[in-house]
Design a protein around this ligand. Structure first.
Ligand SMILES: Cc1ncc(COP(=O)(O)O)c(C=O)c1O
Length: 371
């Protein structure tokens, strides 16, 4: 099975460990087990040391599944499959449901897995091109132009990586109506869902609105625990049963340690999300102020999500821009090129404000020097 290089992941692998300031990270500043211990009464280390290192609950423990279900309005244990991160969740859904020749619809720019993975399975992929001038949001007419009787799945990522923009409200309803009309699945990667503007204002999940919606999520981004490599799929039971058949070939289980720690993270999600909401809000404000002073840069600053897509008006392609910037200042960005868009940088709203402030200061001095 031939597959294209996953450009953003390749870039991260080469450059991310070699920077002083990471202004592109998608995961909210990560937490440690020490941080988690401060939030809970039980002794985590003691529990972990006692855990027998067998495969654990193959399909995920009831405790973990309950903690996951607290993020949704509908569903029970039978609607959840546990995976090795959201990357494995998306892969498992697509490998389970898609066949060569199936038509799928996806957004561009978006997370490359949502269109190049189905392409590698032999699917016929229609892309809806997003435009900064339209707030990086598609219209329902964009979907109507490409969805047809042959469409098996509409693949979305909301909030989106790299733009941070979110499909909600009327657009969400209209996409669901269209999917119902053509009886197709909606796969929505909701890995950036959960921050919102406050605890009560969490983005609705596609899986609570449509029985053929399949959503994926993980602990990696808004929950600050990418290292646990714990993700999940929420879908109707018939899909979960099929996914679990395939899962046996791919991961078997996630192991008892990750299962236990994952449940603890989610049981304490309110404190974690609150911390991360505040970090994001501060960074959005910093970026807004910086943009006012630097009119060669522009950005649609999203309501949700942990990233946005920063446009610059300088005669330097994004790969060269990022390589030179990192070499000369230590500031790390993912270039728009890895998402198929030139003259953009993916901006992460995820790290401490003082780091972001210093990164922006270095970026400003640098671009004014080389202009
Ligand atoms: C949209 C999206 N989905 C999935 C992933 C992979 O996440 P995980 O760490 O849960 O495998 C990423 C990571 O950047 C992402 O941006």
């Amino acid at each position: 099975m031939k597959i294209k290089e996953f450009e953003v992941e390749t870039w991260m692998t080469i450059y991310e460990n070699d920077c002083e300031i990471n202004l592109t990270e998608t995961s909210m500043k990560s937490l440690s087990l020490k941080d988690l211990q401060k939030l809970v009464d039980e002794d985590i280390m003691d529990h972990v040391m006692e855990l027998k290192q067998d495969y654990g609950h193959i399909v995920g423990s009831p405790r973990l599944k309950q903690a996951i279900l607290s993020l949704y309005k509908t569903g029970d244990d039978s609607n959840i499959a546990i995976t090795h991160g959201a990357i494995n969740a998306n892969e498992l859904v697509m490998m389970t449901l898609l066949e060569p020749g199936d038509h799928i619809v996806s957004l561009f720019p978006s997370y490359q897995q949502m269109y190049d993975f189905p392409h590698s399975l032999g699917c016929d992929v229609s892309l809806i091109e997003l435009d900064e001038g339209k707030g990086w949001l598609p219209s329902i007419d964009d979907f109507k132009r490409v969805v047809n009787e042959k469409t098996k799945m509409i693949c979305l990522n909301s909030p989106n990586n790299p733009t941070g923009t979110t499909i909600k409200g009327q657009l969400m309803n209209d996409i669901i109506d269209l999917a119902k009309q053509y009886n197709c699945y909606i796969l929505c990667d909701e890995i950036y869902r959960g921050l919102g503007t406050n605890t009560k204002d969490i983005l609705p999940s596609f899986s609570d609105q449509y029985e053929k919606a399949i959503v994926t999520q993980s602990l990696s981004k808004v929950f600050s625990f990418a290292g646990l490599r714990l993700g999940w799929i929420k879908a109707e039971q018939s899909v979960i049963d099929l996914v679990n058949l395939r899962r046996d070939y791919h991961i078997i289980s996630s192991g008892p340690m990750n299962d236990y720690l994952g449940a603890l993270v989610l049981e304490n999600k309110d404190v974690i999300l609150d911390r991360n909401r505040k970090i994001c809000a501060k960074n959005k404000e910093l970026l807004k102020q910086w943009l006012k002073k630097n009119p060669l840069f522009s950005c649609v600053i999203p309501d949700e999500g942990t990233v946005c897509f920063l446009h610059y008006d300088l005669p330097l392609k994004s790969q060269e821009f990022c390589e030179r910037l990192q070499k000369e200042t230590g500031v790390f960005f993912v270039p728009g090129k890895t998402f198929g868009k030139e003259y953009y940088l993916r901006f992460g709203l995820t790290h401490e404000a003082r780091e972001v402030e210093e990164g922006l200061r270095r970026l400003e001095n640098w671009y004014k020097r080389i202009r």
